[in-house]
Ligand binder design. Structure first.
Ligand SMILES: [Ca+2]
Length: 200
């Protein structure tokens, strides 16, 4: 092999060694970038503890839908019909809450499927030391030909709404497919309902 050929082989060898070093360096850089900045969507979104502790509420048989004038965060109106009465703060948040609504009065409505005759509902109010109290008063209305009308002869036991106990609301029997409970908030606070039960 002549000097010229040997010289060319040495150049080729140096070039290949340099390329290998560059390739290794590039691989290391790519791996480091992937570790430091994982692609968005590459991993499942972490589930906050509170959300994990509050599975979606399922409605009981006979109730087709629930809605409300307002709901605070995950304290949706469906949670007043999930079969769980919970008075302790935190936990599953098994309640409908109006905190932050800014309304003097809010309502929760539920659609019955099929329509039925009711003369009583049992309401379990939730209260805490953070601005949630039982309402100052309540009203019950039913849907009649598209219009909300007050039930007749509404009584409450106890007379004033209380928290952490059952409030039995009785009224003249009404056959309807939609009812709603209206809560007048105490001044400077808001109302929350852990559960509404519809006794037979
Ligand atoms: Ca509940």
């Amino acid at each position: 092999m002549g000097d010229a050929a040997r010289h060319e082989l040495d150049r080729l060898d140096r070039w290949l060694r340099g390329g290998s070093v560059c390739l290794v360096l590039a691989t290391v850089i790519v791996l480091a970038v992937r570790l430091l900045f994982p692609a968005s969507g590459a991993r499942p979104r972490p589930v906050p503890a509170a959300e994990a502790a509050a599975p979606a509420a399922s409605l009981p048989a006979g109730i087709a839908a629930v809605e409300s004038s307002y709901a605070y965060g995950g304290d949706t109106p469906e949670r007043a019909f999930d079969g769980v009465i919970q008075y302790a703060p935190g936990g599953q948040h098994s309640r409908w809450a109006c905190w932050g609504s800014g309304h003097p009065e809010d309502w929760i409505a539920w659609r019955l499927m099929p329509a039925r005759t009711l003369a009583r509902i049992d309401v379990y109010f939730f209260a805490d030391d953070k601005g949630t109290t039982p309402p100052s008063s309540v009203r019950v209305e039913y849907r009649d030909a598209g219009e909300w009308r007050p039930v007749d002869g509404l009584t409450s036991e106890p007379e004033r709404p209380i928290a952490a106990a059952v409030n039995v609301l009785r009224f003249a029997p009404v056959t309807t497919s939609e009812l709603r409970l209206l809560v007048v908030h105490q001044p400077g606070s808001s109302s929350a309902i852990s559960e509404i039960a519809l006794p037979e």
